[in-house]
Structures are given as structure tokens and as C-alpha cells.
Design a protein around this ligand. Structure first.
Ligand SMILES: [Zn+2]
Length: 309
């Protein structure tokens, strides 16, 4: 074989192989009937997930609250002693809060998820941003290694956790993205500047004010943890430039708390009080001079209502 012959063989061989393979595949496929069809929800061309329905008054000037049911899909969240899953309880709580706000008719509301689907932490915050939300609330029901741990807690964002329990909780909640095989920790960190710092400080103050209102409006309904307002570095709140909080409605690991959260009538009372806090908070922000400031107890340990579930 001369040089040209060798070259021809080298280039022709793969083509022949492909042809043989294709023929084999075509013959094989023709004999097999498809047994099922797998349909996957693909993101749109922007790579972003679709926005949820906005409920409430059809008036775009009304403030908008985005309520985020924690976990979902292949991320069940924490588990209770009776086998209940956090993702189911958070969905029930989020829907109940949505219903309370829609019934009241003062603000618009959207849920990040109204079914059992997985959302990455940044997708949850992204929904709030794209909807131009005025407030973002993520609802959870944590587990603690100590079965006696019980009561509701309002967490707001801080780079420095207020205590080791808050820090451990943030670490657990932030793990949600690792479940999806992608760690988003550290992603989207803002460039440090004075303006960013000022805006962050303002958001932190507003978020804490919202926490105070939840504790104040809920004191007769919700059994708060002895230290009901805490801070930690939650990824889901980190990239938001709007007031936000993470509400742990109770400990799923505590039998009494889990039973309470499963109770529809309790969820309605819980939602009624949180909805009131939301409406007062948004009214204060819309017209600060029109709302009479009411002194609120300092969020220090032991100042909250009793630690009884
Ligand atoms: Zn959670």
C-alpha cells in the first residue's frame, strides 16, 4: 500500500465503522417498541425557572410578600419522630400563611413552591427579586439533636451567628444545595463597598423589625423559643436586597411541636398572627410617619413568652 492508500484507509475506517454501528442500531431499534416516555421540565431560554402566580388584590401598587416553603422534592429537610418530613410541614404552613394574607386582601402574595418540587436556595431568592417583592419569608421546621428543644424562632441574616445553635441551624439549612450536588456557598457575594454596607445594614434593621413584629403579634398564639429572635448566615437570605426572615415554626424533632404544626386549626392561628405582623411591617415601610411606633421588647434571652410548646 502506498502513502495515498494508507491515508485513504485511515480516513475511511471510522466512516465505515459509523455506518456499521448505525445500521446495527437502526435494526435493533426498529424491533423495540418504546415502553415509556420520560419528560423533563427544562428551564426556559434564560435558564431561569418560571415565576409563580401572584395572588391577592390585582393592584401592582400593593406590596408583595414571597413565602418560601423550605426544602421540597428530593430534599425532605429534617424528619420527625413519627416519620413526618419537614418539606411537607413547610408547604402546609406556607399555604396557610398565603391563605391568611389573601383572605385579608391587603397585600399581594406568591409562593416559591406550591407543590413538592426542589428549588435551589438561590432560585428561591431569585423568585423574590424578579417579582420585586417587598418581603421574603422562608418557612422551616427544624430538628434538634435534643428532643426537648421546642418553640418557634425568627432568624434574620447576619455574617456572625448569634449563638452556636443558630450557627448549626444555618449550616444545616445551607446544606440544601449540596443535596442537589451543587454547592452555592460563597456564590454571588457582593463587592464590598460603603454603599453595599449601608444598604445591608438597613435591610438587617428592617428584617429585625419584622422579627419583632412576628414575636409581638404572635405572643398569644405561638409558643416561641426562649430566645425567639436570632441571627445567622443563611444562604437563602444572603443575596437578597429586601427585608427577609427565616421562620422556624417549631421543632419537627419535638413530638409536641410536630403535633402542633400538623394541627390545621393551629396553623390557621399561627398564620393569622404572622399575617398581621406582615401587614403592620409593610404599612410601616410604606408610610412610616402614619404608623404609630409601638415599643417592642428587646430580643434578649428569656424576654420572650414562655418556652411551653
Ligand atoms: Zn429547614
Amino acid at each position: 500500500m502506498d502513502d495515498r492508500g494508507i491515508l485513504t484507509a485511515v480516513f475511511a475506517a471510522p466512516a465505515v465503522a459509523m455506518g456499521v454501528l448505525w445500521a446495527a442500531l437502526s435494526t435493533g431499534l426498529a424491533d423495540v417498541e418504546p415502553r415509556y416516555v420520560v419528560k423533563l421540565a427544562m428551564p426556559d431560554h434564560t435558564g431561569k425557572i418560571g415565576l409563580p402566580v401572584v395572588e391577592g388584590p390585582p393592584d401592582a401598587s400593593r406590596p408583595l410578600v414571597v413565602i418560601d416553603a423550605g426544602h421540597g422534592g428530593h430534599d425532605p429537610g429534617a424528619s420527625g419522630q413519627d416519620g413526618e418530613r419537614e418539606k411537607d410541614l413547610t408547604l402546609l404552613l406556607a399555604r396557610s400563611l398565603r391563605d391568611a394574607l389573601v383572605a385579608s386582601g391587603r397585600v399581594r402574595v406568591a409562593l416559591t413552591r406550591d407543590n413538592d418540587r426542589f428549588l435551589a436556595l438561590d432560585e428561591r431568592a431569585d423568585i423574590a427579586r424578579r417579582l420585586n417583592a417587598n418581603l421574603f419569608i422562608s418557612v422551616h421546621a427544624d430538628a434538634a439533636s435534643v428532643a426537648e428543644a421546642h418553640g418557634a424562632t425568627i432568624y434574620t441574616l447576619s455574617d456572625k451567628a448569634s449563638d452556636s445553635v443558630a450557627e448549626a441551624l444555618a449550616a444545616r439549612e445551607n446544606r440544601a444545595d449540596a443535596v442537589n450536588g451543587v454547592s452555592l456557598a460563597g456564590k454571588g457575594q457582593a463587592v464590598s463597598s460603603i454603599l453595599v454596607d449601608l444598604a445591608r445594614r438597613e435591610m438587617r434593621g428592617s428584617s429585625q423589625r419584622f422579627g419583632e413584629l412576628v414575636v409581638r403579634e404572635g405572643k398569644d398564639v405561638i409558643a416561641f423559643h426562649a430566645q425567639p429572635q436570632r441571627e445567622a448566615a443563611f444562604i437563602v437570605l444572603k443575596s437578597l436586597d429586601l427585608p427577609s426572615a427565616l421562620i422556624e415554626a417549631g421543632y419537627i424533632s419535638n413530638l409536641d411541636d410536630a403535633q402542633t404544626m400538623r394541627d390545621k386549626a393551629w396553623r390557621k392561628r399561627f398564620s393569622g398572627s404572622v399575617a398581621r405582623a406582615i401587614e403592620i411591617f409593610l404599612a410601616e415601610r410604606a408610610a412610616p410617619s402614619l404608623v404609630t411606633a409601638t415599643p417592642v421588647a428587646e430580643p434578649v434571652s428569656g424576654s420572650g413568652p414562655t418556652d411551653v410548646p
